[in-house]
Design a protein around this ligand. Structure first.
Ligand SMILES: Cc1cc2nc3c(=O)[nH]c(=O)nc-3n(C[C@H](O)[C@H](O)[C@H](O)COP(=O)(O)O)c2cc1C
Length: 203
């Protein structure tokens, strides 16, 4: 993908790795991307379980400002309800140019792989695939069952890009933030955006 998206849908589901999600959201907003955010019920739980009560989905704007110093304009992102399959991003006419699901649970992965559209995250992903728009899926589970592996293949065959939550260690990460920076940097880079979250390998 060469064009830089100006509007991206971001789904946060109930897999471990909430830090990847908030780092990605902060990076997108810092890049001036308008974000349509959807957080599943278990995504909400994992945000507060892993990051604390200040990271509640409804308070993410102030959380990002406190953690990353990102100034958030009121129109920078909108939080949709996952049950609202009538939201704008549920339609192919939506101006959203790409979608990211980070982290992606095995349940949502299955829903995307099989086109179930049971909620707004799955429906928006289905729309991205049918409209041939970039869909980046960041699954997290270990070990993985054969159905889970097959669901990743189905998503890839349908056009999604799979970025398993597998941060590298050749950058010598010292903190959890370093690991999250690596994943978020990979995600924004796959969207065609410039990333400075981790340095390029220079050989
Ligand atoms: C603390 C906790 C951690 C979890 N971690 C994972 C995980 O890493 N990967 C996964 O696929 N599911 C994980 N789950 C299970 C999912 O949250 C569960 O399957 C949920 O129904 C997913 O729904 P969602 O995709 O709508 O968010 C976890 C659940 C809890 C409570």
């Amino acid at each position: 993908m060469s064009d830089k998206p100006s509007r991206v849908a971001l789904g946060i589901t109930g897999a471990s790795g909430a830090l990847y999600a908030v780092r990605t959201l902060a990076a997108l907003l810092a890049a001036g991307v308008r974000v349509d955010l959807v957080v599943s019920d278990f995504g909400r739980r994992l945000l507060t379980d892993e990051l604390g009560p200040d990271a509640a989905a409804d308070r993410l704007g102030s959380y990002l400002t406190a953690r990353y110093g990102v100034a958030i304009a009121p129109e920078a992102f909108v939080l949709h309800r996952n049950r609202d399959v009538g939201a704008e991003i549920a339609s192919g006419t939506s101006p959203c140019e790409a979608m990211v699901i980070v982290p992606c649970s095995m349940k949502t992965l299955a829903g995307v792989a099989h086109g179930l559209s049971r909620n707004l995250i799955e429906r928006a992903a289905d729309v991205a695939l049918k409209e041939r728009r970039p869909l980046i899926v960041v699954p997290r589970e270990t070990p993985m069952s054969l159905p889970q592996l097959r669901n990743m293949v189905l998503c890839a065959e349908a056009g999604a890009q799979l970025l398993p939550a597998m941060p590298a260690f050749y950058q010598r990460p010292a903190t959890l933030d370093d690991l999250a920076d690596f994943m978020a940097g990979k995600i924004v880079s796959c969207l065609g955006l410039d990333q400075e979250l981790f340095p390029a390998w220079t050989g």
